[in-house]
Design a protein around this ligand. Structure first.
Ligand code: PEP
Length: 249
């Protein structure tokens, strides 16, 4: 039985004070929730502060990116050790904005995914096609590439400690959500790939989140799909009331 996981990606939003305001508002709203794993991903500068608030609660902490080396002359980068140090349990990797604006590739995502596991961080690995790729009928091919290369070399045990987020790029921040059928189609395809690469048993246990304009109004029908195990939420995670409604849908 897969426990649903709902994560809020705060992207490059909120100062430390604003982040604390958000998490302090969220915490009591979701305090009783035990049937859904709740994750928030603030900016790097807010991580240590938010960590103090969520410590010991039912809200886990995630970073939005990291580099794969432990330390060294890599100006501007953050290592897995540093994320562990401030209490991160998860790290979002390969988000489409990182692929689009910061040159991330399946290969760099793969380095990062492996490094996360070396340090006991659970990666949330983002995959998803752009609009022109969907229109050209190659959405599955793009996702196969993201999965096969992004997860290359993982052991079954590491795969079980990973989460996949299917985020059609055309649905991120656009207000356009994939229909429940579109989401289910790709989620089932991803689970099939995990069966091929690992085993049916592993595929059956890995959680696959949907991301792309998830809101209180559409979360229930998305989550009702058999292969949708949670959400990666951008915009709506910036409001405690909306994110709490999504968690408690
Ligand atoms: C995201 O940031 O991963 C995302 C899905 O954003 P939004 O919910 O705003 O579309």
């Amino acid at each position: 039985m897969r426990k649903p996981i709902i994560a809020g990606n705060w992207k490059m939003h909120k100062t430390v004070a604003e982040s604390l305001e958000l998490v302090n508002a969220l915490k009591p709203l979701v305090a009783g929730v035990t049937n859904v794993e709740i994750v928030v991903a603030p900016t790097f500068t807010a991580l240590a502060f938010v960590s103090q608030v969520v410590g010991g609660s039912n809200i886990a902490l995630a970073a939005q990116n990291m580099y794969w080396e432990d330390s060294g002359a890599f100006t501007g980068e953050i290592s897995p050790l540093m994320l562990k140090d401030v209490g991160c349990e998860y790290v979002i990797l390969g988000h489409s904005e990182r692929r689009q604006y910061f040159g991330e590739t399946n290969e760099t995502v793969n380095h990062k995914v492996k490094a996360a596991h070396v340090h006991g961080l659970k990666p949330i690995v983002c995959v998803g096609e752009r609009l022109e790729q969907r229109e050209a009928g190659i959405a599955h091919d793009v996702i196969r590439d993201h999965i096969v290369h992004g997860l290359a070399g993982l052991t079954a045990a590491e795969m079980l400690e990973s989460v996949i987020a299917y985020e059609p790029v055309w649905a991120i921040g656009t207000g356009k959500t994939a229909t429940p059928d579109q989401a289910q189609d790709v989620h089932a395809f991803i689970r099939g790939l995990l069966t091929e690469i690992f085993s049916a048993d592993v595929a059956d246990q890995v959680r696959i989140q949907y991301g792309g304009s998830v809101k209180p109004e559409n979360v229930s029908e998305l989550m009702a799909q058999p292969d949708v195990d949670g959400g990666l939420v951008g915009g709506a995670s910036l409001r405690a009331d909306l994110f709490a409604q999504i968690v408690k849908h």
